[in-house]
Design a protein around this ligand. Structure first.
Ligand code: SAM
Length: 289
């Protein structure tokens, strides 16, 4: 099976009576350099056990199987299972599972399928669930690295620096869990069917420790979300609506962290959010007693 011949792919899909579902974010890779570059830039080798989300007809899966120790792919669309069984028939280090990545027991997959290997995740993500999938992968803390293709604009947001227009709560969320890096861009013309926007491949090098020394993660994310909820608001006005604290107390915390009273959340680095979180946590103790 030549995954990169549009004619062969169309014949395969016709034979299986398959039609694309936009609602499932089905845009399949049609260029050979893409899976090759994803696998090589991710450094995937025989020591790695890969969870691939959304294999489609198996284009990226095939390259992953050629390099990794083991691969488990998880596809929600049961119409693609017979297709995958045909296109990947020769792969002896592959498990094909049917299921929804947002519901599947990922720790069971890692434990049972990828035993003894370094777990990593890889996907050309269905764009409609990019954020919840990444949240789930991050929070599971199961994977050493995660390589995903996402919309170019989302990749820019993930890797943004504090103060830039792309910087937001999702940037902080991503960089709390990892060091993200854009590997390369992929034009919309490289997919079947062709999406409206270009994509980028991002690798997340997951933090194994707590680099920002944040003790209360829930409080940290509450603070981050409220700081970005209305972008034009000052930090203090964002925080006041999310925390049971008086304005003058919040102001003295902001000043004691070395910021101006009218500082805006979108200019703060993760280190700064961590510093403010620690001070707020100390003060909240007074409210909880
Ligand atoms: N990996 C293939 C490729 O690159 O050519 C297909 C990528 S396509 C962008 C996304 C794939 O994810 C589709 O096969 C789609 O059916 C599948 N998918 C969509 N939602 C899913 C979910 N919740 N769980 C698992 N797979 C899903």
């Amino acid at each position: 099976m030549n995954f990169f011949s549009i004619k062969e792919v169309r014949e395969l899909l016709d034979r299986h009576g398959f039609s694309f579902r936009k609602s499932l974010g089905q845009n399949f890779i049609t260029k050979q350099w893409i899976p090759e570059q994803i696998v090589s830039a991710s450094g995937i080798n025989r020591d790695h056990g890969v969870l691939e989300i959304g294999p489609g007809i198996g284009t990226l899966t095939k390259s992953l199987c050629d390099s990794a120790g083991k691969v488990t792919c998880l596809e929600v669309d049961d119409r693609l299972l017979p297709v995958l069984n045909e296109t990947l028939a020769g792969a002896d280090n592959l498990i094909i599972r049917q299921g929804d990545v947002l519901k599947a027991d990922l720790s069971e997959i890692v434990r049972d399928d990828l035993k003894g290997l370094t777990p990593v995740a890889c996907a050309n993500l269905p764009y409609y669930i990019t954020t919840p999938v990444l949240e789930r992968l991050f929070e599971s803390r199961l994977f050493k690295q995660i390589t995903v293709m996402v919309q170019k604009e989302v990749a820019r947001r993930i890797c943004a620096s504090a103060g830039s227009p792309d910087y937001g709560a999702f940037t902080v969320f991503s960089q709390f869990y990892s060091r993200p890096e854009i590997l390369f861009d992929v034009p919309a013309s490289c997919f079947l069917p062709q999406p409206k926007v270009d994509s980028s491949v991002v690798i997340f090098h997951m933090h194994s420790d707590n680099p920002y020394g944040i003790e209360d993660e829930d409080l940290f994310f509450r603070i981050v979300r409220s700081s970005f909820a209305q972008r034009r608001k000052t930090l203090i006005n964002g925080l006041i609506s999310a925390l049971p604290m008086k304005k003058d107390e919040l102001l003295s915390i902001i000043l004691s962290c070395g910021f101006r009273p009218d500082v805006r959340g979108e200019t703060l680095s993760i280190e700064s959010f961590a510093k403010i979180t620690a001070k707020i946590a100390e003060n909240l103790v007074n409210y909880e007693h």
